[in-house]
Design a protein around this ligand. Structure first.
Ligand code: PLP
Length: 486
């Protein structure tokens, strides 16, 4: 029955993906949607910001994972981007899932994913969520403290426990060790406690931190895990699971300290695991960002603009253009011919924003912000890159615009002044009605977006740049092992 159910759910997922997915390029979708809007006469939600998700990217990341880390089974971290179509594709591709809560577990089980392909990887769980995991028989779960062992013993004595250890996260943008992970000088007492309660502990997990930019920390963490395996063995446990967590970069080439290649991590991590852990030890990972970051692009509409009038200019101001959007001030800034008599000098010091002369020339207001998808700026320390999509009636996607650039700041649509996307950057002169786009918006964006001030979450259009996806979607006999063999 279970197998039939799983197959039915997989078939349903395939149908739904096929129905939603287009084969146009991301560029074509961005252009078609923007051009379809007659701004003066479109529906009331017509100009809303929107995402384009390229499932081909996710498929290629999966193949890349299998090619570089064949021993490690990816359990996608749902928290990173729980988009339904993305999850369905990963379920069809045969990944496992790292869930942080009851509702994530529910979502994944509803896709027909077998309970054995879920790890409840949150070391501090609400009691009722543990009872829920027990009801569904989702047995694998992490812990890192004594109280959690007692709690799990009470609500789910048959759970398969994984001890999460503390590792070096100093080389990661988002640190997790201040909150989670048992220091190595506490693991013995934790394991002894679990043993005394007759709880089954099956292995070790760690997380080097999200946005890790130094591959050696993975190797160091693997050595720490080996230490705890040996400790456990002395206490009578026979560990057979290693969970190397998340933190994998999606980057393909090295462009800076926050950008290491996945291949480089894999070339060190794979051999370290093979050296320290015999083949009977099953190895899983919890990648999030690696799968989803590059697959999502967001397009945002410039809903308003404010041209900065400096005190000096204001006193001498002689000309406000009658379209009400372009303010030309007396000699100091002539935006109509693109020349600025004032040189904008960015001294790299953000603290001088209140200084009149250092204020960006234009303030652009767009229709998604830090209370929406751009929450990644606050919570995930991301620096986003605006690019011009549509300017003055022309589609400019990936074109070099041969026009002067002006200093500008970019703001979200809410009434909060914290809702700032870029304090200072340079763009060609834009006006309300133009569009910007931002790439690499698939990780820790939509998942934490709110509807503060009544702004809806941005819609998603789906496409694929990789037609091999259809081999899977149209192959009724497709088996997860087919991808494992690639
Ligand atoms: N696993 C756990 C327990 C996490 O907390 C996170 C992120 O916070 C992840 C996996 C995913 O990390 P990443 O997106 O860096 O791969």
């Amino acid at each position: 029955n279970n197998i039939t159910n799983t197959n039915n759910n997989k078939s349903k997922s395939k149908v739904e993906i096929k129905e939603k997915i287009s084969v146009l390029s991301v560029e074509e979708i961005l252009r078609d949607h923007v051009l379809s809007l007659n701004v003066d006469n479109c529906e009331t939600d017509g100009e809303n910001a929107f995402f384009v998700a390229d499932l081909g990217v996710i498929y290629r990341q999966h193949i890349r994972w299998k090619a570089n880390l064949p021993r490690i089974e990816p359990y996608y971290a749902v928290k990173c981007n729980p988009d339904h179509i993305l999850l369905k594709l990963l379920a069809v591709l045969g990944t496992g899932f790292d869930c942080a809560s009851k509702s994530e577990i529910q979502t994944i089980l509803d896709l027909g994913v077998d309970k054995s392909r879920i790890i409840y990887a949150n070391p501090c769980k609400q009691a009722s969520f543990i009872r829920y995991a027990a009801q569904c028989d989702v047995r694998m779960m992490t812990f890192d403290n004594i109280d959690e062992i007692h709690k799990i013993k009470r609500y789910f004595p048959n759970a398969l426990l994984v001890i999460r250890i503390c590792v070096d996260d100093s080389k990661s943008i988002c640190k997790l060790s201040p909150k989670f992970g048992a220091p190595l000088d506490t693991t013995e007492i934790l394991l002894k406690t679990a043993k005394s309660l007759d709880m089954e502990v099956i292995g070790v997990s760690f997380h080097v931190g999200s946005g890790c930019y130094e591959e050696n920390v993975f190797v160091d963490a693997v050595y720490r895990a080996r230490y705890v395996f040996d400790q456990a063995s002395k206490l009578g446990y026979n560990f057979h699971l290693l969970d190397v967590g998340g933190g994998f970069s999606p980057a393909t080439d090295e462009v800076g300290k926050d950008c290491i290649t996945f291949e480089k991590v894999a070339s060190l991590l794979g051999p370290a695991i093979d050296k320290l852990f015999p083949p009977n030890v099953r190895v899983i990972a919890e990648p999030g960002r690696y799968y989803s970051a590059s697959a999502f692009t967001i397009a945002t509409h410039i809903i308003a603009r404010r041209a900065t009038i400096r005190n000096n200019d204001y006193n001498n101001s002689k000309d406000i253009k009658d379209n009400g959007t372009i303010i030309t001030t007396n000699g100091a800034i002539d935006v109509t011919n693109g020349n600025s008599s004032e040189e904008e000098v960015d001294d790299g010091d953000d603290d001088d924003d209140d200084d009149d002369d250092e204020r960006p020339l234009y303030m652009y207001y767009i229709n998604d912000g830090v209370y929406g998808a751009f929450n990644c700026i606050l919570f995930d320390h991301q620096v986003v890159q605006p690019k011009v999509l549509y300017k003055g009636g022309e589609f400019t996607f990936e074109q070099v615009i041969e026009e002067p650039e002006y200093s500008c700041s970019i703001w979200g649509p809410t009434c909060d002044s914290m809702d700032c996307i870029t304090k200072k950057g340079f763009l060609p002169e834009l006006i309300p009605g133009d569009w910007l786009y931002f790439e690499e918006m698939g990780a820790y964006t939509i998942c934490a977006a709110s509807q503060f001030n009544g702004f809806k979450k941005s819609n998603i259009f789906y496409t694929t740049s990789d037609l091999r996806i259809f081999d899977i979607l149209y192959d009724d006999d497709y088996d997860d092992d087919d991808v494992k063999k690639i």
